[in-house]
Design a protein around this ligand. Structure first.
Ligand code: HEC
Length: 140
């Protein structure tokens, strides 16, 4: 009687240990999956929420945005639709920035046309990049 009880307890303990092991590995598994998810959400540059606006320059940071969203209407070769408004190159873009239109337009501020014209706003990071470029003194 006593012996079978002990045996029973032993088996129970073994089962508990097994459950603990299963639970523990499931827990670790969840942790690993979670950390993998967190990692994949981490800053990777373009396309993520992360936005690096340190040392913004025209050629490195602003030009690619203009090429993607603005030169369809504002490159020297392509200004018919915008009645000759060119953002081609550093000087032209600086001109419109200094005149106060560039930031207002890309931010869709009240009283501005809102650019890109007739299209959705740029991403927050793209807008922040342009604003940072102007605020940091329009580095070429
Ligand atoms: C689909 C064509 C189109 C695209 C793309 C476009 N624009 Fe424009 N843009 C226009 C037109 C049209 C005007 C107004 C021209 C006028 O006043 O006669 C204009 C005017 C401007 C002006 C002059 C100031 C003003 O508000 O009138 C700036 C600066 C400007 N756009 C910036 C941009 C920037 C920056 C982008 C890209 C993020 C962009 N545009 C994309 C068509 C476009």
């Amino acid at each position: 009687m006593w012996d079978t009880d002990r045996l029973h307890i032993k088996i129970l303990k073994k089962e508990m240990l097994l459950y603990k092991k299963i639970f523990f590995s499931a827990f670790i598994g969840t942790l690993i999956t979670m950390s993998a998810c967190i990692k994949s959400n981490q800053p990777t540059g373009a396309g993520s929420d992360f936005c690096d606006t340190t040392d913004v320059t025209f050629s490195k940071n602003v030009l690619p945005i203009l090429q993607s969203y603005c030169y369809a209407c504002h490159s020297d070769k392509n200004v018919a639709f915008s009645s000759g408004i060119s953002l081609d190159g550093y000087n032209n873009t600086k001109g419109w920035a200094d005149a106060g239109y560039l930031i207002g337009d890309v931010r869709h501020d009240a009283g501005f046309l809102g650019m890109p014209y007739g299209k959705p706003k740029l991403s927050a990071c793209e807008i922040n990049t342009i604003v940072a470029w102007v605020n940091q003194g329009e580095q070429p």
